[in-house]
Design a protein around this ligand. Structure first.
Ligand SMILES: Nc1ncnc2c1ncn2[C@@H]1O[C@H](COP(=O)(O)OP(=O)(O)O)[C@@H](O)[C@H]1O
Ligand SMILES: Cc1ncc(C[n+]2csc(CCOP(=O)(O)OP(=O)(O)O)c2C)c(N)n1
Ligand SMILES: [Mg+2]
Ligand SMILES: [Mg+2]
Ligand SMILES: [Mg+2]
Length: 346
């Protein structure tokens, strides 16, 4: 760590990064610098609150993410949970635990990524906490959002007869991570977009996920969405969360699950089933959920008009059958409730 003290470091990382006008327009009364931040509550709205941690070795390594990606993804993963509630993200707090030997330019790059992501989704960083630590760099991002009273989209409201949807292609992040871990190259030698575009796109999916705020808004405003979840631990795990919270069964149709071209190309080369990455990989931060079947086409059109794609990938049944896969062959097989689990490695 440099010669800067704790307080000078905080100033260096945060001062002047978001304009006073932007903060004021976002309802911030007191931002960084006092004991706590103060902001106005929008009338008729409820607060939506979440936090997520990213820690070195568990969530990132030097050859799987650039420093700026670490900041960007920590913010994106936390914002993603606000999208998964059908809410709008407003404020963020960043808690940082820094190993003594960390060079200052590394922290500045992490903060560049944090602010890049926050600015992209109009989130004001209103505070945080900074400590030293023994062990790897650790970031916890808390995000506070808002949703009209009683309108948050839950995991527990899937209904029999609903269809199951995904707001994007899944599995690319896990394939990107596998590729990066196998290559173990410094980031200057990673494939470049355009040249080796399949691998570059997998890497981008891993390092720069895009929280699905706009898609969450379309779903929340439609009033036809049943349950909603974001995919941090894999499609299988998230579908199980919805099935259990809602007391329903979920059948995913193999032929309907979209497979990105770059994932297909990578899986072919690796002689692996692309479905493996989709079901059990995680860190895609796309949304999966359920909606009334009779409104599916109209929602697909709304998504298309907004420049997005809504994939219908299955349906909800009344049976206590857990999550199953309707295979291309017609066989129906159970899908295990596995995926990324911090304490149980399958
Ligand atoms: N240490 C903790 N203390 C209190 N609540 C927690 C803790 N860890 C997780 N939770 C809560 O448990 C739920 C599931 O957490 P998590 O699996 O991290 O969700 P997600 O995958 O959406 O990030 C959330 O409501 C979260 O706020
Ligand atoms: C070096 C490295 N090893 C393994 C992974 C894979 N990985 C780590 S955490 C995770 C799941 C998502 O993180 P989590 O902390 O469970 O987020 P949450 O479910 O709370 O949103 C995955 C797939 C990774 N990203 N980087
Ligand atoms: Mg979490
Ligand atoms: Mg989530
Ligand atoms: Mg998790």
């Amino acid at each position: 760590m440099s010669s800067l003290d704790e307080f000078a470091l905080i100033r260096r990382l945060t001062e002047g990064k978001q304009s006073a006008a932007f903060q004021q327009a976002s309802g911030v009364d007191i931002g960084i610098g006092d004991d706590a931040a103060v902001a106005y509550l929008a009338p008729g709205c409820q607060l939506v609150m979440t936090c997520d941690t990213m820690t070195e070795s568990v969530h990132f390594q030097p050859h799987t993410m650039r420093d700026s990606d670490v900041g960007y993804k920590a913010m994106a993963a936390a914002i993603s949970d606000i999208a998964a509630m059908g809410a709008i993200p407003r404020y963020a707090l960043v808690a940082l635990s820094i190993p003594q030997e960390t060079p200052q330019h590394k922290l500045e790059a992490v903060y560049q990524g944090l602010y890049e992501c926050a600015n992209r989704w109009s989130v004001v960083i209103v505070g945080g906490d900074t400590t030293s630590c023994i062990g790897g760099l650790t970031l916890t991002v808390t995000v506070i959002g808002e949703v009209p009273d009683g309108q948050a989209l839950l995991r527990s409201t899937a209904k029999t007869g609903d269809v199951v949807f995904a707001t994007g292609e899944l599995g690319c992040s896990a394939a990107g991570l596998e590729y990066l871990l196998q290559q173990a190259l410094p980031s200057e030698q990673w494939p470049q977009a355009g040249k080796d575009s399949a691998e570059a796109r997998l890497i981008a999916a891993h390092c720069r996920p895009e929280p699905q705020i706009e898609m969450g808004q379309l779903l929340q405003q439609s009033k036809v969405c049943g349950a909603l979840n974001d995919v941090s631990d894999g499609l299988a795990s998230e579908a199980w969360e919805i099935a259990q919270a809602s007391g329903v069964g979920i059948d995913l149709i193999e032929d309907r699950i979209p497979i990105a071209d770059e994932l297909m190309a990578y899986a072919e080369k690796a002689e692996k089933d692309p479905l493996h990455y989709i079901l059990y990989g995680g860190e895609d931060y796309k949304l999966i959920g359920t909606m009334q079947a009779e409104h599916a086409i109209e929602m697909q059109i709304k998504f298309r008009e907004a420049g997005h794609t809504l994939y219908i990938i299955g349906y909800v049944n009344a049976e206590d059958s857990g999550v199953r896969l309707v295979q291309s062959s017609g066989y129906v097989v159970p899908i295990d409730k596995k995926g990324y689990n911090h304490f149980r490695k399958d």
